[in-house]
Design a protein around this ligand. Structure first.
Ligand code: ADP
Length: 239
């Protein structure tokens, strides 16, 4: 069963068609990079996947649960890291996680245990008691990823999670999330316009002007000229 299945999804803002018949699947353990220039439709797709918007056409299912018919079950399988941070900076790292755990129905004890696990997983165990405001940008992002894992989702969505971070923090976060896919079998959908965040064995979905132009293994799509050149050429041809 696919962790995420999107079938024939379309969406318009008034007369503006933002997504046109988008279909793809992400399997458990797969790191799927959703690559698209600004305006491609990445945020619109994320808004539909997280039910911020409701699609009039098309179908979305998460671990076999239809998002429209059974939103609670579908969303329970999904962890999300939005582009804009939603951490409470005045709370400690552990408290941010505990609140989110409570939101998902975890008991205080469960939430405490799980917070320890997810912080360990993101190499942040020693920061549990720190004020979130004291964390640098990279660690704040890692905390958001840890938080998105609190309820053990099988699908992790990240909308341009490295925006504003320096090279070292970007590399650390990219590596952590690749490892979550490979070692923990989590399906990852990672939206970006930065080709260097994609590993050769990742799946790439190239989205442009609301349509999927190409999909497949990054190494195959990159061919001899490399993913960056290919991506630019492809999105410029159809500009
Ligand atoms: P991306 O996240 O890839 O940059 P978006 O999903 O934000 O792309 O936008 C896709 C298209 O929809 C763009 O052409 C954008 O201008 C348009 N769009 C986005 N939000 C709105 C809106 N609220 N009203 C009208 N058009 C919008």
């Amino acid at each position: 069963m696919a962790a995420l299945e999107v079938a024939d999804l379309s969406f318009r803002y008034g007369a503006k068609e933002a997504l046109k018949g988008v279909s793809f699947r992400v399997q458990p353990g797969e790191f799927c990079a959703l690559l698209g220039p600004n305006g491609a439709g990445k945020s619109t797709l994320f808004a539909l996947l997280t039910r911020l918007f409701v699609a009039r056409q098309g179908r979305i299912s998460v671990m076999g649960r239809d998002l429209q018919a059974d939103p609670r079950a579908a969303l329970a399988q999904m962890g999300v890291v939005f582009q804009q941070s939603t951490l409470d900076l005045d709370l400690s790292v552990a408290r941010n996680l505990a609140y989110f755990g409570a939101l998902h129905g975890l008991s205080r004890r469960e939430a405490q245990l799980r917070a320890g696990e997810v912080l360990e997983r993101l190499d942040m165990a020693e920061r549990a008691r720190e004020k979130t405001r004291a964390l640098n940008g990279g660690h704040r992002r890692r905390l958001e990823i840890a938080r998105a894992l609190m309820h053990r989702p099988r699908l992790l969505l990240l909308d341009e999670p490295t925006v504003g971070l320096d090279a070292r923090a970007r590399a650390a976060i990219t590596a952590h999330v690749h490892d979550l896919a490979r070692s923990d079998g989590i399906a990852v959908l990672w939206a970006t316009h930065l080709v260097d965040e994609v590993a050769p064995e990742d799946t790439v979905l190239i989205l442009h002007r609301g349509q999927i132009l190409e999909t497949g293994r990054a190494a195959r799509i990159a061919g001899d000229r490399g993913l960056a050149t290919h991506f630019m050429a492809l999105t410029e041809e159809i500009a």
